[in-house]
Design a protein around this ligand. Structure first.
Ligand code: 3HC
Length: 702
């Protein structure tokens, strides 16, 4: 009945079924909203139709506005002519029938309908804040009216996807269908049932009221997380308008607040991050016919902090996982640590006690290799030394069933060398988790030269199944994330030699948007860990730039939080870092010994010294073909190191400064400081051609 290629109107007796078909997720791409309006108008004009259903073809209802259209000056329907306005004016009822996702503009359309029903697996939400905007299709005015101001504020400022059963409890859905019900049939029956109800229940006709202080309270509660950002505050202001203004005025206020955000740097960076996270899953040089293998039975070797965190990641996502260590004592200690970690989450209120017990019950400590021989995936997470890992891989090769994937959680070691101790190097790859492994989202999949495409795809898919963002890295010292970060780590200590203090550097980085400064992070992770890598690199490379201040602290037993002293001092049982005059004195004396001239630094200088050094190294990584895309480096920095998401990522941020400016500054530091600042070849080429970092063409992946 309908002409639109992306929306069709079908008749099911006296019910008109409007179906959106814009794969893969039914975003509101070109023509979709117009198609819905055309179908609504047709159905309203058809006397044989008594009620309508709005639903989506394929895997989703509607996933929201087409994000690619933002900031492009695309033509938008004016207020008064939008789908929601047509539904508000509709003399016949419309039922939204939801499966998959109703997000953003999807939920806004559903709230424009008179009724909402869903299958139990459906999810709804207004995630606009995550891409730096606010729900601009009436969501900030309708959700508070439908579900209350508190719920609306929580959902709109977090962007959380709410499962259908919860959404029904919150008043967002009228009904959740039983498991296995046919959505279309149920929706048509529902539409028939309510066809004659008048007046039509319109969300716009409800009122939203807020308890005093609720808006200030939420502004306060998000202040830390929303630092430097505008969208969360505009979201709150728009919801506030739902309580203080009549509906139509509230909608206009929402549009004004939306307009302030759409083309702002924050929204551009967050859109970039959204697409970078999808791009990173693509491995363009692997044969497209190969698929990842399924796995059901993972095992982790090593019950230390990392191994425990990895086992928790599996358990958190429903996998039964075996965990093994060299001694019963180590295993018991590991299980105790896992239990304590879960218990902390329960205490914080982020995990229910019974869920903790369910997760713990999925982690099975086992005594020896014979207990894991039948597992299909192994993640080795023992001490970070080749001579410790090699015998384990040799043993795994001996005992594991054919076809098992052997992954190592090394953070820097040569995966080819490790794979070479097995007779099945095609099944060996690196899976580098970031600490704490059950929290950090990045999984760096490391590609040794003999790994089969199936092994690599399986490692990538394994990460996604346990809630990680998987990113492929070449087999180079430190791989991509840590290698690109290494110069930053050196430079932050070198800055101390020249006259900075840890607290000064940390403040600059926190102001920039990091959740913690790099020195405080070092204390958290343990300073002894970095010292081990420095020793190894210094032994291998006579030109290695040593970091005497960092070495001195480790020599003194200042390992960080665990010894109550590191770059900062700590009170017993408290994690708050306090600047330590003893550290300031060490810095001064080492700098004097080295004869480094002292100077003062601006915040911008500190920031650029740290980040430009890494941009230069990332260019080297790309020019060597160790990463697919500059945007993959960005994803790794966002999810491995806490780089502020609203700045897009390291390379995206550097593009904001401009490739020519970055090059000029690095070249000048090269003159001043010598070889460690030598501009990479790719950086020079990009600067000469004026090509942004994110358009850099890396060498073929090796
Ligand atoms: N616009 C454009 N493209 C979108 C999109 C959107 N809203 N949502 C998903 N896509 C694309 C992805 O880029 C990806 O493309 P690719 O295959 O070329 O890489 C493809 O659809 C599939 O997406 P995913 O890989 O993410 O699929 P998943 O099944 O893992 O996840 C999803 C599905 C949960 C819907 C996830 O895609 C998502 O979160 N999408 C964004 C939802 C969103 O933010 N909606 C609000 C938009 S803003 C809005 O509505 C403004 C309004 O208030 C005015």
């Amino acid at each position: 009945m309908s002409e639109s290629p992306v929306v069709r109107l079908e008749k099911d007796g006296d019910v008109g079924v409007i179906i959106v078909n814009y794969p893969p997720v039914n975003a509101l791409g070109p023509g979709v909203s117009e198609g819905i309006i055309e179908s609504l108008n047709k159905a309203n004009a058809d006397p044989s139709i008594k009620a309508m259903v709005l639903m989506g073809d394929g895997r989703s209802f509607i996933a929201g506005a087409d994000i690619r259209g933002f900031g492009t000056g695309r033509k938008r329907l004016a207020i008064g002519e939008r789908t929601y306005d047509v539904m508000d004016a509709s003399p016949k009822p419309v039922v939204a029938a939801i499966h998959g996702y109703a997000l953003g503009g999807g939920l806004e359309n559903a709230m424009g309908c008179h009724y909402r029903i869903a299958v139990p697996s459906a999810k709804v939400g207004l995630p606009e804040v995550l891409i730096g905007i606010l729900p601009g299709g009436g969501g900030t005015q309708r959700l508070p009216r439908l579900a209350g101001v508190k719920t609306a504020l929580e959902m709109i400022t977090s962007g959380r996807h709410v499962p259908a059963p919860e959404a029904a409890k919150l008043g967002i859905l009228d009904e959740v269908l039983p498991e296995g019900a046919n959505l279309r049939e149920a929706a048509v029956a529902y539409a028939r049932k309510i066809a004659d109800v008048r007046p039509l229940p319109r969300v716009r006709d409800k009122t939203a009221t807020a308890e005093p202080g609720v808006f200030d309270a939420i502004r306060k509660s998000i202040a830390r997380k929303a630092r430097n950002q505008k969208a969360p505050y505009n979201c709150i202001a728009a919801v506030e308008a739902s309580c203080t203004l009549p509906f139509d005025e509230g909608i206009r206020r929402e549009a004004e607040l939306f307009a302030e955000l759409e083309t702002a740097d924050e929204a551009k960076a967050l859109r970039y991050a959204f697409f970078a996270e999808r791009e990173v899953a693509k491995l363009p040089d692997l044969p497209s016919v190969v698929a990842p293998a399924d796995f059901t039975d993972p095992a982790v070797i090593g019950a230390g902090t990392m191994g425990g965190g990895i086992a928790m990641s599996f358990a958190d996502f429903g996998y039964d996982v075996k965990i093994m260590d060299a001694t019963q004592e180590a295993l018991d200690r590991g299980m105790e640590r896992i239990r304590n970690n879960y218990a902390t989450s329960v205490k914080r209120g982020s995990l229910a006690q019974d869920e903790m017990e369910r997760r713990l019950a999925r982690i099975h400590p086992v005594a020896g290799y014979e207990d894991i021989a039948d597992c299909d995936v192994i993640v080795e997470a023992v001490f970070e030394r080749m001579d410790v890992k090699k015998p384990i891989f040799a043993k795994l090769d001996e005992v594991m069933k054919p076809g098992a994937f052997l992954f190592s959680n090394t953070s820097a070691l040569d995966m080819d060398e490790l794979a070479s101790v097995t007779k099945r190097p095609e099944y060996v790859a690196g899976t580098h988790f970031f600490s704490p492994a059950n929290v950090m989202k990045l999984l760096e999949v490391v590609r040794p030269s003999k790994a089969s495409p199936e092994t690599l795809l399986t490692a990538m898919a394994m990460g996604r199944r346990i809630g990680k963002i998987s990113a492929m890295a070449g087999n180079t010292d430190g791989f991509v994330a840590n290698r690109s970060r290494a110069p930053f780590n050196s430079e932050m200590v070198i800055l101390l030699e020249e006259g900075c203090l840890p607290e000064q550097v940390d403040k600059v980085m926190v102001d920039f948007g990091y959740p913690m400064g790099p020195f405080a992070v070092g204390d958290l992770a343990g300073l002894d860990i970095g010292a081990e890598g420095r020793k190894r690199r210094a032994a291998a490379n006579p030109n290695y730039r040593k970091l005497p201040i960092a070495d001195k602290l480790v020599e003194m037993g200042r390992y960080g939080q665990k010894t109550s002293a590191g770059w900062y001092r700590y009170e017993k049982g408290d994690r708050t870092p306090h600047p330590d005059p003893e550290v300031a004195a060490i810095i001064k004396s080492v700098a004097a010994e080295m004869g480094v001239p002292q100077k003062t630094f601006t915040d911008a200088e500190i920031l650029q010294r740290l980040l430009f050094s890494s941009v230069n190294e990332a260019c080297r990584i790309l020019e060597e073909g160790k990463a697919y895309r500059a945007s993959d480096v960005d994803v790794m920095w966002l999810h491995g190191f806490g780089f502020p998401r609203y700045r897009g990522g390291l390379m995206y941020w550097a593009d904001g400064i401009g490739v020519k400016n970055v090059y000029a500054q690095i070249a000048s530091w090269h003159q001043q400081y010598g070889e460690r600042w030598a501009p990479s070849k790719l950086l020079r080429e990009l600067a000469e051609s004026g090509t942004p970092f994110r358009e850099a063409k890396p060498a073929p992946f090796v």
